[in-house]
Each structure stands twice: as structure tokens, then as C-alpha cells.
Design a protein around this ligand. Sequence first.
Ligand SMILES: *[C@@H]1O[C@H](CO)[C@@H](O)[C@H](O)[C@H]1NC(C)=O
Ligand SMILES: *[C@@H]1O[C@H](CO)[C@@H](O)[C@H](O)[C@H]1NC(C)=O
Length: 201
Amino acid sequence: MKTTAFAASCLALISVVTANPIFSGGKKINAWKGGKDWKSKDIKDALKPAFFTSTYQIITTPDQVINGTVPTPGEPGAIGYYDFGINSKLDVICYDIVLKGVTGDYQSPAKTATHIHQAVKGASGPPRLAFPNPLPVSDDPKVTRYSKGCLKGPFTTGILSNGTDTAAGFTVAQIEANPAAFFCDSHTKKYVPGVVRGQLA
Ligand SMILES: *[C@@H]1O[C@H](CO)[C@@H](O)[C@H](O)[C@H]1NC(C)=O
Ligand SMILES: *[C@@H]1O[C@H](CO)[C@@H](O)[C@H](O)[C@H]1NC(C)=O
């Protein structure tokens, strides 16, 4: 297969627990399994590229949350659908995030509380990307929260490590190089280590 790019319109929320990486043109990309083309079309963002070099559809759950190395479950019944489209040549990542069953406000020392962190399954690690939090905030678990748009590097998280922002030197190509080394999550006041979490592969 020669395809190295997915049409931007192919970013779709489908029910896969983790993305299925395939190799194409020597680059690991994630298989898009069809389904209704829905919301990436709705991302109206000047940064949105004409195509993505990889896409990820991640289902995040409370049971995957880790504090250090200790499993620390997030909010019971919560679930998140984190869809990402990356264009690694432009260092752009588009996000389409839906959170269900989450109550209360967000909390994080970073500039937002919705992240991609660098760490393998079962471990904690620094945030590399901070996305606008899904809204609206509510105490009602039946209220669904949404966030979508695109970010372009150079990125910042607002978290300093040794005096340097944890996004310094980070590019989205690093996610494509090893998606299993990254996870996405959100943090709330009641579930500070994470309300839901999922690995990118
Ligand atoms: C997370 O781990 C830190 C350090 O061990 C500990 O102080 C904190 O209480 C833990 N938080 C939760 C919610 O378990
Ligand atoms: C901070 O810098 C020290 C010395 O270079 C290094 O050993 C340590 O791993 C760094 N800490 C982090 C969190 O990067």
C-alpha cells in the first residue's frame, strides 16, 4: 500500500479500544476502519491541514488512570472519545474530544487539564500537549462535554521541568514514531491523577 496520508475528512470516531497501527510507506499510521464521517468535518480551524499523516481514535476509561505507578481509578462511569489527526510535516495536531459521565471542574497545574502525556501503559509521564478542556463543565454526569480544533508547534504546556516547558523540543512526529509511548487524559478536581486515560496505541 502506498498511502501515506489520510484525507482530513477521514478522521472519525469509531469504536476501537485502541488504534490499530499499520505500516505504510515505512511509517506507522493507524488504520481507519470506516464508519460515518462525522465531526472532523466540523473542525473549522485555520490550522487544519489538507490531510493528516496519521489519525488516532482513542477510547479513554477510568480504570487506566495511573498515579506514578499506582493504579488510581478515575470517575466511575466516565468515558472519553479522543480523536486526533496529525500532520507531522506541518507539526499540526487536530483534536476532537468528547467526554461523557464526567462531573465537576477541571484541575491541573498545566495551562489546561486535557493532555497528551509521554509514558507507556501503566506509567506516568510529563504532558507534551495541552488541549482546550471539553465544555461545558457541569456537575450533571449526563452533560456531554466537547472540545475540537487544531494546534501547531512549537507547543507549550505551562509545566516546567528543570526550568523548561515540558513541551520544549516536542513535535507531533514523536507521537507517530512511537504512539504506544503516549497517552491522553483529562484531570478534574475530584480525580486529579486523571478522570479517564487511554494509550495512543
Ligand atoms: C498520588 O501519588 C502521590 C505521591 O505518591 C500522593 O501524594 C497522592 O496522594 C496520590 N494521589 C492520589 C489521588 O492517590
Ligand atoms: C533535571 O536535570 C537533571 C540534571 O541534568 C536530570 O538528572 C533530571 O533527570 C532532570 N529532571 C527532569 C524531570 O527532566
